[in-house]
Ligand binder design. Structure first.
Ligand SMILES: Nc1ncnc2c1ncn2[C@@H]1O[C@H](COP(=O)(O)OP(=O)(O)OP(=O)(O)O)[C@@H](O)[C@H]1O
Ligand SMILES: O=P(O)(O)OC[C@H]1O[C@](O)(CO)[C@@H](O)[C@@H]1O
Length: 445
């Protein structure tokens, strides 16, 4: 996996998580924490966590493992910054859907209420729009979140589109919110940073914690993003269908388009999981259509040899084959040209030109892969992210996201999390596995 935010180029100062003030209140979890410290299984992790609250500049010093950047460890603190009885929290979900959103919402509500005694939790509707609009937030109670973790989507709704940070902070001030949990992708996290900055400018005690969401798995300093595993598992079902169709007809080609705007992780993992794919096309690896070494010729060759072939293409692949028309979505993200439709047509034209028989089946699982409930692995991960987010917020951290990096929950300053992108490394072992499993040439030019 390649992260364009190079850990080595990030200074310890940049990695230091912002704090709202000195910790003062003994955590309601202190007893639990102390009892765990005596257990050998927890000492190592909690040593770091407890140390963090007693050592100045701990973020820079905690790094004792050579290949880890000095990210502050996640987890409960002995002392907390906010008084639970006087604290109101809020949750908002933004950007595209992702399996596990409801799990995170429920995890936050239950962790806040059951382990910290924060029972006032508001849900703002329809993403950042809910922080500037007229709609009243919903009070998130135990009853309201019961069972939501078994459903896809988000009970709060989501949206794209820029909103004024000043108006959003005014709304939060109006409702007396001191903890804001923002669940979303890189755009959302940039918005969250602006909210945190505006709150600081106003001298408001507001902890803004991001829970990074992306089925594309493209946020740096996160081993794997929540919902990704569920999404590629669902995509694997579509690939199996395409393979069944293609292998059941003469000269069959199954073409499957999956999501992945800048990063081809879903395409790679789904292709490896199904292990019946002949070509994987991802944004990170440019390819040409024409020529003896181009994609079309290689595809024909494979169908002739094997009788059928399956192609998986990520939606962001091959965008250089189009002239960009400048179209953007409500949030300003470039609208992608439809690579699935282009490939489908070019394969049909190519076979027509060579007068060979073709039976092409095109499958676009698109939204079906991201609207499903989280699988068991993602459900566990979402809950643990929610717990880590609440620990961070209650301890007075702000303008940061929680994530699991090299197997540990860590606090990542927002500018670090949005400063780069995880992509499939053309020289890495994941892409090597794809080449081994598909037998496709290293270069399709
Ligand atoms: N640079 C930015 N500054 C402030 N707000 C932003 C910025 N970029 C995006 N946002 C806001 O964040 C919200 C979500 O952004 P966006 O639609 O780009 O999705 P995302 O969080 O990147 O998730 P996805 O991975 O689904 O695309 C939108 O309401 C948008 O207004
Ligand atoms: O159709 P929408 O909601 O704009 O979302 C599509 C985009 O969202 C994602 O699923 C997540 O960022 C991308 O893979 C995709 O390009």
């Amino acid at each position: 996996m390649v992260s364009t935010a190079d850990p080595l180029s990030i200074t310890p100062a940049a990695l230091r998580v912002r704090r709202l003030g000195e910790p003062g209140i003994v955590s309601p979890m202190a007893e639990l924490l102390q009892s765990r410290v005596s257990s050998p299984h927890y000492v190592h992790e909690l040593d770091r966590v407890l140390l963090d609250d007693t050592v100045d500049g701990a973020a820079a010093r905690l790094c004792d493992v050579a290949d880890l950047p000095s990210l502050e460890p996640g987890g409960p603190r002995e002392y907390i910054y906010f008084d639970p009885a006087a604290t109101r929290a809020a949750i908002v979900t933004c950007g595209g859907l992702c399996p596990g959103l409801n799990n995170v919402i429920r995890g936050l509500v239950l962790e806040l209420a059951d382990n910290y005694g924060v029972t006032e939790v508001l849900g703002f509707r329809d993403g950042f729009r809910g922080l500037v609009g007229d709609s009243e937030p919903v009070r998130l109670t135990h009853d309201l979140v019961a069972g939501i973790h078994n459903r896809g989507g988000t009970i709060l709704g989501t949206s794209r589109g820029n909103q004024d940070p000043s108006r959003m902070v005014t709304t939060l001030q109006h409702y007396g919110v001191s903890l804001l949990f923002v669940i979303g992708g890189d755009g959302t996290l940039r918005g969250a940073a602006k909210i945190a900055d505006e709150a600081v400018r106003r001298g408001m005690r507001l902890a803004v914690i991001g829970i990074p969401k992306t089925i594309d798995n493209d946020i740096p300093f996160i081993d794997q993003s929540f919902g990704f595993q569920t999404a590629f598992t669902r995509a694997t079902d579509s690939i199996k269908s395409a393979h069944t169709e293609a292998s059941s007809t003469p000269h069959g080609v199954g073409l499957v388009k999956v999501m992945g705007r800048h990063s081809g992780f879903i395409a790679c993992y789904a292709a490896l999981a199904s292990h019946d794919v002949d070509f994987v096309l991802v944004p990170e690896m440019p390819f040409s259509l024409a020529g003896e070494s181009g994609f079309l010729a290689k595809l024909r060759h494979r169908v002739r040899r094997q009788g059928h072939a399956v192609v998986v293409v990520a939606e962001g692949a091959g965008q250089d084959l189009f002239e960009y028309d400048g179209a953007v979505d409500a949030s300003g993200n470039a609208r992608l040209a439809d690579i699935g439709a282009l490939l489908r047509q070019r394969i049909i034209d190519d076979y027509a030109a060579t007068r060979e028989e073709l039976s092409l089946r095109y499958v676009d699982p698109g939204y079906a892969i991201r609207s499903v409930p989280a699988n068991a692995w993602d459900a566990v991960y979402c809950l643990r992210l929610a717990q880590a987010a609440v620990h961070a917020a209650m301890a007075g951290r702000t303008a940061m996201v929680v994530g699991r990096w090299h197997g540990r929950f860590v606090h990542i300053p927002i500018p670090v999390a949005t400063g780069g992108r995880n992509q499939v490394d053309p020289n890495g072992d994941l892409w090597m596995s794809v080449l081994e499993a598909t037998g496709q040439p290293e270069r399709l030019f």
